[in-house]
Write a protein that binds this ligand. Structure first.
Ligand code: PEP
Ligand code: MN
Length: 326
């Protein structure tokens, strides 16, 4: 479904226009920029007559976008977060940290190690979704507090995953970037709750999601209020268990070079094994990723999740030397 965009007259009574939309059984989101106010109209009925919309009080013009994701089409190619640019031609922005926050000392050790290796953001899980009910699910709120304190101690931004709509506000209050995980990309109400925090969101691609589905999940985040979306390619499901997933460099190139959106590559979850992280990271950056997400651990053999793919911090540092964008 392609939404309509109403450009409002400068002196429009926005509430009145919205009330008229409601009477027609339509919903809209008001977007206010310095230049003008507009409304993106959502309808559950495909048969929408633009002439009816044009006749509403306060409407100056009606645009019929050519794409189903007009908010993403207007998304800046370069997103500024904490003074850093995600999407420009400089060195890649680095998100690094443990898959899971396991205890307070581990979080502080790995924040220091991430900083020393060249990270910009501490990325670690307070809550984990996990596939098996017997796998470690994270330590929740207390881990979130450790992550924020450790990030602050080392002047790092913080990125953590929101696994549940009920946790979105608590994460939104302390994180610079909110992560939506691969298993949650299709979870509309979670996207709404995360978007409502009015933060930038790192949106992982579902492991069987088409690019179109991924883009529409990003559109939903923006519609819900997110201040930007960073698309994170973490590999899609393949048939060969020798790698955990198949890194889709074509999708990175498509989003970065055709859609002109900020993209981060996550070689850790794509490879599932530490010996392939370097080559996949470089491939992702060569394809157009302007950031990288890498899991590290100082005792990978004892990690409570994703130890097989965790790099030692010293290995991350070596890896990042000389990696630059194409
Ligand atoms: C993670 O980031 O630790 C994670 C679980 O990743 P994904 O959602 O990509 O599987
Ligand atoms: Mn992980």
């Amino acid at each position: 479904m392609v939404p309509y965009v109403l450009l409002l007259e400068r002196d429009a009574d926005v509430e009145h226009t919205m009330a008229q939309l409601t009477e027609l059984g339509l919903w809209g989101r008001v977007l206010t920029s310095a230049a003008r106010t507009s409304v993106v109209v959502r309808s559950d009925s495909a048969a929408l007559d633009p002439a009816v919309l044009r006749a509403l009080d306060g409407v100056a013009d009606v645009l019929v976008p050519q794409s189903p994701h007009p908010l993403l089409d207007a998304h800046p190619e370069i997103l500024r977060v904490r003074g850093l640019s995600v999407g420009d031609a400089g060195r890649p922005v680095v998100f690094a940290g443990p898959c899971s926050a396991e205890d307070e000392a581990q979080v502080f050790r790995l924040a220091a190690a991430a900083k020393a290796a060249g990270a910009d953001f501490l990325r670690g899980g307070a809550d984990k979704v996990r596939t098996s009910p017997y796998a470690f699910r994270g330590l929740g709120q207390q881990a979130l507090a450790w992550l924020r304190a450790a990030a602050d101690e080392h002047d790092l931004g913080l990125c953590t995953e929101v696994v549940d709509a009920a946790q979105a506000a608590a994460c939104g209050a302390v994180c610079d970037v909110l992560q939506v995980g691969a298993r949650s990309m299709h979870h509309g109400p979670l996207l709404d709750a995360v978007g409502a925090q009015k933060r930038p969101v790192l949106l992982k691609r579902g492991f069987s999601a088409t690019v179109e589905e991924w883009l529409l999940a990003g559109e939903r985040l923006l519609y819900a209020g997110a201040t930007g979306v960073i698309f994170c390619e973490r590999g899609v499901r393949g048939f060969d268990p020798q790698t955990r997933n198949v890194l889709d460099v074509g999708a990175i190139a498509l989003l970065s070079h055709v859609h002109r959106l900020p993209v981060v590559v996550d070689p850790s979850h794509a490879a599932g094994r530490r010996d392939l992280i370097g080559p996949l990271l470089r491939a992702g950056v060569a394809a157009g990723a302007s950031g990288v997400l890498v899991e590290i651990h100082d005792q990978p053999g004892r990690a409570r999740s994703d130890g097989a793919q965790a790099l030692l911090p010293s290995a991350l540092k070596d890896l990042l030397v000389g990696v630059s964008k194409s």
